[in-house]
Design a binder for this molecule. Structure first.
Ligand code: SF4
Length: 489
């Protein structure tokens, strides 16, 4: 701490976002370039260096938050980068994409705004690249052991980097044509520009990790054959089995899953397409689902020029009075988050004419209806109480030319030849079953990330990747691994 009273003298200030009217006309990141660095040292100085740092305990990676807050407050960027990279392979990803459970754990929240931990992390990550503090770290010697990592999202990349640096020869298999998984084709450019991903992939290549794109294990490569070829296999395929809306009208043209819609918009940004075949331009859009994927659809539809956009959330607006019977104490506190996309929807007046807010809370879809050509035209919904029971008289109809389903994911795809090809056992909820050592029922095959944990945050995904790497390293060497294992399965 440069100033022990920083938390009293300095108000919380976040990395400013660009004006809404400017940023909705492009796909660049929403933040003002260069505006974080001048404020971040003072912000880091708000940290009290708590004796028991709850921020650290709230972070699945166990990030050493008070340590690097102190280093940033003294502008020792090299040491801050070293301490941050000790627990997190990709801080520039989490600094942009993680909803920061660390900030929810910050002690300052007792009576004032928390430390901007996420911004500090992002600044360290970016500064590390600018200053050359993140050179490739190839292993000094090779172990002679080989690992196939299936899936190149944050779990797969973290596992591959840890195992490569430990000396194992790692090949990452990705079914898509580019590396990155959800970070490539799910997360919009305005949340994280792909250049951040590219330079990490370059770093990993230089360290020795090999990448095989457009290769779906179970379809293009026989899963059992691959298992026999490698000393260990890590399944990091993500949770790609999306939840369905099983209601009348689901079959109408113009009703799509979010993960059918978002990849096409991302491909426009990559230069693969001139325009998305599912573009929201000129359409009334309704997004069913109140989570982050729904918010990504919201920001994307606004940028594509939608006539109106509504996002439906089954839950009551956070802060609304709780129904003790339906949600007895203690319930998980749901915080009202105004993401960049929600801010845009509010400021550009994206909601249909009758509504002030593009977000409708406590709303449940009843059915979809269409025109004579079978195209969706309307979405019928009802208001619900805290127990998700329909409220009599709360039915209404929204115009809907494009309906996007963002209802979450239940686990890995069961039909892609991987689960069946390896004979993997699944949990009742559809995720891959695994032992306390991350190993599946198939010896030498490990599972991590959303495919095994279930859909979760990017910070959990990276923690899973690091933890499974430690388990695989122990399996390959036959002795306790020196790799860190921040979490258990
Ligand atoms: Fe600093 Fe907040 Fe962590 Fe305390 S809980 S060490 S104030 S970031």
């Amino acid at each position: 701490m440069a100033d022990p009273k920083g938390f009293i003298t300095t108000p919380r200030q976040e990395w400013p976002r660009r004006p809404v009217e400017e940023r909705v006309r492009d796909w660049d990141e929403v933040y003002v370039p260069g505006a974080l660095l001048p404020i971040v040292a003072k912000q880091a100085d708000r940290c009290m260096d708590c004796g028991i740092p709850f921020c650290h305990q709230a972070c699945p990676l166990g990030n050493l938050i008070p340590e690097w807050n102190g280093l940033v407050s003294r502008e020792d960027w090299r040491a801050a980068s070293e301490r941050l990279h000790a627990t997190n392979n990709f801080p520039e990803f989490t600094g942009r994409l993680c909803p920061a459970p660390c900030e929810a754990g910050c002690v300052l929240a007792i009576n004032q705004p928390t430390v901007t931990i996420k911004n500090v992390e992002c600044a360290i990550g970016d500064r590390a690249w600018e200053e050359g503090f993140t050179p490739p770290r190839p292993p000094e010697r090779l172990s002679g052991r080989t690992v196939a990592v299936i899936g190149s999202g944050p779990t797969g990349l973290a596992a591959a980097q840890q195992l490569t640096r430990a000396g194992h020869t790692v090949a990452v298999y990705e079914r898509d044509d580019r590396i990155g998984g959800l970070m490539r084709y799910g997360i919009p450019e305005f949340k994280m520009e792909k250049r951040h991903l590219e330079r990490r992939i370059d770093q990993m290549r230089a360290e020795g990790t090999r990448f095989r794109t457009s290769t779906a294990v179970g379809r293009d490569v026989d899963a059992e054959e691959l298992r026999c070829r490698y000393d260990a296999v890590v399944l990091a395929t993500g949770a790609t089995a999306w939840r369905e809306l099983e209601l009348p009208g689901r079959e109408l043209t113009g009703v799509h899953q979010a993960m059918e819609y978002l990849p096409l918009a991302n491909r426009v940004c990559e230069g693969d397409l001139d325009a998305s075949p599912l573009s929201a331009a000129g359409k009334h859009v309704v997004i069913v689902g109140g989570g982050d994927t729904g918010a990504d659809c919201l920001g994307t539809a606004i940028r594509e020029g939608a006539a109106s956009v509504t996002q439906l959330d089954i839950y009551a607006q956070p802060g609304a009075e709780r129904d003790e019977e339906a949600e007895p104490w203690p319930t998980y506190p749901r915080l009202y988050r105004l993401s960049a996309a929600h801010e845009e929807a509010r400021d550009v007046g994206a909601a249909p004419a009758a509504d002030a807010d593009a977000r409708l809370f406590a709303a449940s879809t009843l059915r979809l209806t269409g025109d004579a050509d079978g195209r969706v035209r309307e979405l019928h919904l009802t208001g619900v109480d805290a127990g998700r029971r329909p409220v009599p008289g709360a039915e209404r109809t929204l115009p809907a030319d494009l309906v996007l389903l963002a209802l979450g994911f239940s686990g890995p795809d069961r039909e892609d030849g991987l689960v069946g090809g390896l004979g993997l056992e699944l949990e009742p909820r559809g995720t891959i079953a695994r032992s306390a050592g991350f190993e599946t029922n198939v010896p030498g095959v490990f599972a991590a990330g959303d495919a095994a944990r279930g859909q979760s945050l990017i910070v959990w995904a990276i923690a899973e990747g690091r933890a499974v790497a430690a388990a695989v390293d122990q399996h390959l060497t036959g002795r306790p691994s020196h790799l860190p294992a921040p979490i258990g399965p």
